[in-house]
Design a protein. Sequence first.
Length: 350
Amino acid sequence: MNGAELSKLVKSGEIFTEQDLSGMDCRNVDLSGGIFINVKFDGSDFSGANLKEATLNACSLKDTKFHSTPMKQTNFVSGDLAGADFQGARMDFTAFIKCDLTNAAFADAVLDMGVFTESKLEGVSFTAAKLATTVFSKCEMKGADFSRSRMEKTVFFECKFEGNKFTDAAIVLSCFFKATLEKVDFSSMDLTRCQFMECGLKGCNFTGTQLKQGGFMKADLENSVFDHANLELANFYEANLVGASLKKANLERASMQKAKLSRADLSDSNLVMAQLAEISAELSNFSNANLTYADLSHADIKESNFSNAHLFMAKMHEAKDEKTIWAGSSKALARGTDKKVLKAEQWGKK
């Protein structure tokens, strides 16, 4: 059987099951609406084929080519697509459910409203791919390469990353939720308004990264680096920043309430109007930092270094500052404990 014959059978309404069609040349044929169940297509070529509304359930498509293949509402379910090549493919509303895509390639592909659920994506190349409103849910993404890709409104839910490349990638209005991205290099990228909620980000490098209005709520950022990063209006609520480096970072109006900042380095950082209430920042370095109008209410800053820090009108209400270094700082211009507020806080506790 050749591709043309296969197309005729698909158009006649035939459903294909339990067949070995390996090595088939299906280039530029019309297979739209086709239903394939447990069919073997290993090494086949679907380049340019029309796969609109096709369903491939439990099919083997190892090392199969889909170069520039148009897909719309195409479904791959429980398939083996290891080594498959989707270079330049156009995929709209295409779904990969519980598929093995190990070492597959999506270079220069366009994915719009795509879905990847519980799929293996280790070693996959998304080089220069465009991902718009695409969802990755509970996928294994170790070694996946996103270099030069553009992601817009893309969601990664509970995905596991390791050893990934994001070189020159553009990630816009995208969300990583409960994803594991330890030791990933995001340096000098534009991640404006991206969200990393409850993510594991230990040891990541955000040096010089644009993260205005970025979200790191409850994220684990232990020992991560944000030197020179733009974090204006970023949200670090209850984030773990123990041992993190934020030297010369712009944290103006950032929300860092209840964040863990022990042994963190925020020297020379801009913390103007930053919300730092109830932070745990023992043994941290705030030397030369600008904390004008910052809120440090109930902050634990014991044994930290605030030498030469700017504290004009900073709110120090009930801050714990035993053995803290203030040499050369403008602490005298800060606001201390507000007795009326303290009385209100203590009301009903006795």
